[in-house]
Design a binder for this molecule. Structure first.
Ligand code: CA
Ligand code: CA
Length: 392
């Protein structure tokens, strides 16, 4: 199966408006082939962003439940590598990015309605978990990641035996321009790809000690977090943290994609997916902390690699959160189950922040209000995580 693209069909998705993030497909789609595509169109984008009027302000937000960042000091000395995220009340979600200059062509209906959320303060890793940090965990525990394990037929009923091989999906740019109609044009399941070999058996981590660990399944991230005495952030905690104290800004640093004409996150420049000009200095992952931190001192909350959250994914969850009595969801932990209309038979967890593959031509999920999702057993070479820790 290594290097082979899966059988592809042109079966329609339930809604072309529910566009995929630049997230990778679940491994199930390769091991038990059954593919569908989604159509997206590329757009040309300027660099200046004009944010829409804040309709939400008229719907509520006063007194203690108005957007604010708590001013309580950190509860003690910061654990190594972590920063204090003080908690507060914020507007979670995003306006329709297609109404924004540089917003891309994905309306992101799963990130609405905007709704108020309160989160308590917590410690958060300042950076994505790095290869050298993940290596410490593996050395101490002997942990074997999901991608290193041969898929069991019980977990993938109907899979041809030749497809039951350990591996993971790898971004594999096509040789020529392709329609952005299905992500299977640039994701390939590669036998032997795992965190030590992010692009396949011939690749390694030499010189990438400070890069984020990738090919991380959700299960791997949870295992690491437990070992470290931490946990994965909830989706609400992640977004509050990513905003860095800013209120409803489209980017973690403000309201322009390229302030002063400079790239402030590791994303994609050029013609996706065939031409990567790496104007921001990085063609693939960057060492963590290569770009300026946000207002809370957190690095790479936009781009570099996607980051797993604890929550199950449902596109309708924000509707439930917005209807909570009192109008403010307090420390929400996500829905009790998962549903993704794009892959109804695959339960998914949330991941956030986009990656080095994100571009306004295809995926603007580096916006802090946008959402991503993936099967818990599926890593990819643009998918990692960071951890948080409550103060009590
Ligand atoms: Ca880049
Ligand atoms: Ca990131």
């Amino acid at each position: 199966m290594a290097g082979k693209k899966p059988r592809s069909t042109t079966a329609a998705r339930p809604s072309a408006a529910v566009a995929p993030a630049d997230t990778a497909p679940s491994h199930k789609q390769y091991i038990v082939p059954a593919i569908a595509g989604t159509v997206l169109a590329a757009i040309v984008c300027a660099t200046v962003f004009l944010f829409a009027a804040r309709e939400a302000d008229r719907r509520g937000g006063s007194g203690a439940s108005a957007p604010h960042v708590n001013d309580t000091p950190p509860p003690g000395e910061a654990p190594p590598g972590m920063v204090w995220v003080p908690g507060g009340v914020f507007w979670m979600g995003t306006e329709d990015p297609t109404t924004m200059v540089c917003g891309g062509n994905d309306p992101m209906p799963d990130a609405r309605p905007l709704h108020r959320v309160e989160v308590d303060g917590f410690w958060m890793d300042a950076t994505e978990v790095t290869n050298e940090q993940f290596a410490e965990f593996v050395k101490a525990t002997g942990y074997k990641t999901v991608a290193e394990q041969t898929p069991r037929v019980e977990a993938f009923p109907g899979a041809p035996p030749e497809n039951l091989v350990a591996g993971a999906v790898v971004f594999t740019p096509p040789q020529t321009e392709v329609p952005l109609d299905t992500l299977y044009r640039w994701w390939v399941y590669v036998q032997g790809a795992d965190w030590r070999h992010p692009e396949g058996p011939e690749s390694d981590l030499t010189g990438r000690e400070k890069h984020p660990a990738v090919q991380m399944a959700w299960d791997d991230a949870v295992a690491y977090a437990r070992w470290a005495g931490k946990r994965l952030p909830t989706e609400a905690e992640w977004e509050f943290a990513a905003r860095g104290g800013l209120d409803r800004q489209p980017y973690t640093w403000g309201n322009e994609l390229q302030p002063g004409g400079h790239w402030t996150a590791n994303v994609w420049q050029g013609k996706f997916p065939v031409q990567n000009t790496a104007e921001d200095g990085y063609e693939a992952t960057a060492p963590v902390g290569s770009f300026a931190p946000n207002g809370f001192g957190l690095y790479d909350m936009a781009g570099n690699v996607w980051e797993w959250c604890a929550d199950w994914y449902r596109p309708d969850y924000y509707e439930a959160a917005a209807s909570i009595s009192g109008g403010v969801a307090r420390n929400p932990k996500g829905p009790p189950d998962s549903f993704d209309p794009q892959e109804p038979n695959v339960a998914k967890r949330v991941h956030r922040g986009g990656s080095f593959l994100c571009t306004d031509q295809y995926c603007t999920r580096y916006m802090p209000g946008s959402r991503g999702k993936g099967a818990p057993d599926s890593g990819a070479n643009h998918l990692g995580f960071r951890c948080v820790k409550s103060d009590k």
